[in-house]
Design a protein around this ligand. Structure first.
Ligand code: PGA
Length: 258
C-alpha cells in the first residue's frame, strides 16, 4: 500500500507584497488545526520578494507549513540579470521550487529542456521540485492529452535518479483549467495522473512510481477539492486563485470535512 502524504500547496503567483504575504500565512496558520497538518502537508509559494518574510514568520511561530518558490534559474550563480539561483532559495530555507508552470512555459519561453535543467538543479541544491505539466485546450480537443503529457513528463524528468523520481512532486495542470473556473473532471484528471505515474515507473522503477506525489491543479476550490482527493492517484493540489483567500484555502486543506 502507498503511504503518500497528500500535499496541498498554494501558488500565490504575482500577488501579495511581503506585508500582505505575512498576513496571509498567519491567517492560514490560525485557521488550521494540528490534525489538518497530520493529514495533509500544507505549503505556500509566495513571490520572491515575500519569501524571506514568510520564512521568518513560519520559523518564529513554528508553523508546520512548507515553503516553496515559484521559479529559479538552473545555474548556481553568474551573469543572469533578474534571475535567482537554487542555492539562494535553499539558503532561504525553501523546501520546494515550482518548475515549468504553464504560465512560465507560455509567457516566458520555458521548455521541457529548461524545466529538466531546473529540476536537476533544484535537487542538487537540496530542495524538491514541483514539476508542472499539462495540455492546452487545442491539444485536449484534438485528443492529444496523453501524448502531450507523456512527452512533457519524459522530457522534463529525463536523467533524474530513481530516488529523485520518488521524492519528486509533479503537478498535472491542464492549461485550460488554470484560472478559468473550469476544472477537469476528477476521473479524467486521475486517468492522466495514473499515466504520469506509469511513466515515472518506466523511468525509475516501481518504488519511484509508488512514492512520487502527483498533484492536480486548475481551478481547485473548496467546493471541488474532495472530489479530486477521492481519486486514488491524486495526491494533493496546486492551488492558484483560491489560495489567496485564507478561509477558502483552509477549507481546501480541510477537505475531509472533519
Ligand atoms: P488556479 O491556478 O487554481 O487559479 O486555476 C492553478 C495554478 O496555476 O497552479
Amino acid at each position: 500500500m502507498t503511504t503518500r502524504k497528500p500535499f496541498i500547496c498554494g501558488n500565490w503567483k504575482m500577488h501579495k507584497t511581503h506585508l500582505e504575504a505575512i498576513a496571509l500565512v498567519q491567517k492560514v496558520h490560525y485557521l488550521l488545526r494540528p490534525q489538518d497538518h497530520d493529514a495533509v502537508e500544507v505549503g505556500v509559494a509566495p513571490a520572491f520578494t515575500a519569501l524571506r518574510s514568510v520564512q521568518t514568520v513560519i520559523e518564529s511561530d513554528n508553523m508546520p507549513i512548507s515553503l516553496g518558490a515559484q521559479n529559479c534559474h538552473w545555474q548556481d550563480h553568474g551573469a543572469f540579470t533578474g534571475e535567482v539561483s537554487p542555492g539562494m532559495l535553499a539558503k532561504l530555507k525553501c523546501q520546494y521550487v515550482i518548475a515549468g508552470h504553464s504560465e512560465r512555459r507560455a509567457l516566458f519561453g520555458e521548455t521541457d529542456e529548461t524545466v529538466n535543467k531546473k529540476a536537476k538543479a533544484i535537487f542538487a541544491a537540496g530542495m524538491t521540485p514541483i514539476v508542472c505539466i499539462g495540455e492546452s485546450l487545442e491539444q485536449k480537443d484534438a485528443g492529444l492529452t496523453e501524448e502531450i503529457v507523456g512527452t512533457q513528463a519524459r522530457a522534463s524528468l529525463a536523467g533524474l535518479t530513481s530516488e529523485q523520481l520518488g521524492q519528486l512532486v509533479i503537478a498535472y495542470e491542464p492549461v485550460w483549467a488554470i484560472g478559468t473556473g473550469r476544472n477537469a473532471l476528477p476521473e479524467d484528471a486521475n486517468q492522466t495522473i495514473a499515466l504520469i505515474r506509469k511513466i515515472v515507473g518506466e523511468l525509475g522503477g516501481a518504488p519511484a512510481a509508488n512514492a512520487v506525489r502527483i498533484q492536480y491543479g486548475g481551478s481547485v476550490k473548496a467546493a471541488n477539492i474532495a472530489s479530486f482527493m477521492a481519486m486514488p492517484d491524486i495526491d494533493g493540489a496546486l492551488v492558484g486563485g483560491a489560495s489567496l483567500d485564507a478561509e477558502e484555502f483552509a477549507l481546501i486543506v480541510r477537505y475531509r470535512g472533519d
